[in-house]
Design a protein around this ligand. Structure first.
Ligand SMILES: NC(=O)c1ccc[n+]([C@@H]2O[C@H](COP(=O)([O-])OP(=O)(O)OC[C@H]3O[C@@H](n4cnc5c(N)ncnc54)[C@H](OP(=O)(O)O)[C@@H]3O)[C@@H](O)[C@H]2O)c1
Length: 185
């Protein structure tokens, strides 16, 4: 097995929704900052992290925020040429998760790899032999959604304590949530 660990990061509401109409169903600034910090921070400052996303998630990121800065952006699509022609230089376009892993293996300057959605990309990563942890923000409310986080099989994924992740309930406006981490056994 390759040394590339796939860590997933997502925010999901009570009904496991992650998105609606190509956008997030909620506006949570601090939660977004957590996503940015987690996916960007490195121990070795000469390295970068990679983020792997589906083509729709790429399309959903406002122009001014993409590519996500200080991270190697990798977009998965079945329409390689079409998508390559649309994305800025430096964005990597791949036809599968295995190809994304291969690409990352070929670079010495990538420290951590984050799978950032959406649904089918999360599912593929959870089933992949290189799957590591799921960093899931559990929002304590239901929202109307049309994209969902896949079922987490609790036989395979166990809740773990991570020292650097705040364990207490987070509150933003009238929405509360917890930062949880699951590890694949
Ligand atoms: N709450 C969160 O943490 C979070 C995170 C991410 C996204 N979101 C939300 O989720 C929604 C988007 O997610 P989504 O599930 O609809 O779409 P998505 O997973 O981002 O993108 C789906 C696309 O990815 C490509 N793809 C999927 N599986 C593939 C595979 N095995 N090989 C190659 N390409 C593959 C295909 O692109 P082509 O059609 O180009 O072939 C497919 O149409 C938005 O509402 C977004 O805001 C939320």
């Amino acid at each position: 097995m390759s040394k590339v660990k796939l860590n997933l990061i997502a925010a999901a509401c009570e009904n496991m929704g992650i998105g609606v109409n190509g956008t997030l169903p909620w506006k949570l600034k601090k939660e977004m900052a957590y996503f940015t910090t987690m996916t960007t921070k490195v121990k070795d400052e000469s390295k970068l992290n990679a983020v792997i996303m589906g083509r729709i998630t790429w399309d959903c990121i406002p122009d001014k925020y993409r590519p996500l800065n200080n991270r190697v952006n990798i977009v998965m699509t079945h329409h390689i040429d079409e998508v390559k022609a649309k994305v800025p230089e430096g964005v990597i376009v791949v036809p599968s998760l295995d190809e994304a892993v291969k690409y990352i293996e070929g670079r010495e300057d990538i420290e951590s790899t984050w799978v950032i959605g959406g649904s089918s990309i999360y599912k593929a990563a959870m089933e992949h032999e290189n799957c590591g942890k799921i960093y899931l923000t559990e929002i304590q409310r239901s929202f109307d959604c049309d994209a969902f986080f896949p079922n987490i099989d609790k036989q395979q994924f166990h809740l773990v304590d991570e020292e650097e992740i705040p364990g207490e309930r987070q509150l933003e406006g009238d929405i509360s949530y917890f930062f949880r981490v699951y590890r694949k056994l």
